[in-house]
Write a protein that binds this ligand. Structure first.
Ligand SMILES: [Zn+2]
Length: 322
């Protein structure tokens, strides 16, 4: 009987193949990052307070909304006391949050006007969940063995520690008011990364997980929204939800590279050489692979060749007295 890890991988690969037929889009060979900003946007922090690194130390998860964040930036957010959390407490809590109606409920409680049908929407995006889970693993448990860290070179340790130190908050479902004639409801970013920059600056990196539907219906409104978000100080990175389902760790590395906060991230990533979803195939059992846990894809030596393989296949081959 095939193991769970392989069953899941087969299911996801099948699903994407079907989706591809349905949408007539080359999803399996699409880029991971669908769009990134033309330039970086950095926000100045009040100079007299303290250095940006220290300044953002006190910024925690309760800030899930634009007005609150900017108030915090202006005042030094000493009034915020949220128990030093960077993330929702548990994955279950997050699971609840990414239900669209939940976040619009929160927005309404905070005084935003939200149309009735948005409050009833129970849409759930699995790509978002996988992405959140991966971010949670990397930031909370410091699991970075999915990177080629075996050598623990000085350079690796330095660059890894450096970006890790700069990331100050990752907020899921971040609410931003967008004033436009056609849009009444606030805009929701799937993830907001608050990153300290230089001595006195901040960068706000918005991650949007774009599904095939949205990708198909790319319209002027979306472009306008991105322009409005840029004007408010947010850099917007759009990533492919189908890639999030196959390899969320890869998506994070590509995002770290594109945003410049860890430019070498993909250089250290195990499996970064796989350029399409079709190439995610186990070198031992030849079944499809996905990376839903940081250690699901592992290098394995066969003769003088190194292949990539399922964690379970590698473990079983070792047990078999390879
Ligand atoms: Zn395998």
């Amino acid at each position: 009987m095939p193991i769970l890890e392989i069953q899941r991988a087969e299911k996801i690969h099948d699903y994407i193949q079907k989706l591809e037929k349905l949408t007539n889009l080359p999803l399996r060979s699409s880029p991971v990052i669908l769009s990134s900003p033309r330039q970086q946007i950095s926000l100045e922090l009040p100079k007299e307070v303290k250095q940006s690194y220290e300044y953002v130390e006190q910024l925690y998860e309760d800030i899930s909304e634009h007005e609150l964040l900017f108030k915090a930036i202006k005042t030094g957010w000493e009034y915020i006391n949220s128990g030093y959390k960077m993330f929702p407490v548990s994955k279950e809590e997050y699971f609840q949050q990414i239900n669209k109606s939940y976040v619009f409920q929160v927005a309404q409680e905070r005084g935003y006007s939200v149309s009735e049908n948005y409050l009833k929407e129970h849409k759930f995006c699995y790509g978002q969940y996988e992405m959140y889970y991966a971010v949670h693993e990397i930031m909370q448990r410091n699991a970075f063995d999915f990177l080629l860290s075996k050598s623990y070179s000085q350079n690796f340790i330095y660059t890894y520690a450096n970006w890790y130190k700069c990331v100050k908050l990752i907020s899921a479902q971040f609410i931003i008011p967008l004033i436009s004639t056609v849009q009444k409801n606030p805009h929701v970013l799937d993830q907001l990364w608050v990153v300290s920059h230089n001595i006195n600056q901040l960068r706000l990196l918005g991650l949007e997980i774009v599904g095939e539907g949205e990708f198909l219906s790319r319209n002027q409104q979306k472009t306008n929204n991105t322009i409005l978000l840029n004007q408010l100080g947010y850099e917007i990175y759009q990533v492919a939800s189908w890639w999030c389902r196959v390899d969320p760790y890869r998506v994070i590395c590509e995002f770290l590279k594109a945003s410049g906060i860890f430019p070498d991230a993909t250089k250290y990533l195990i499996g970064a050489e796989l350029s399409t979803i079709d190439e995610y195939v186990c070198g031992i059992c030849h079944a499809p692979m996905v990376r839903w846990g940081w250690d699901w894809i592992q290098p394995y030596q066969i003769g003088n060749k190194t292949v990539l393989a399922h964690k379970d296949c590698v473990a079983r081959n070792h047990h078999a007295g390879h």
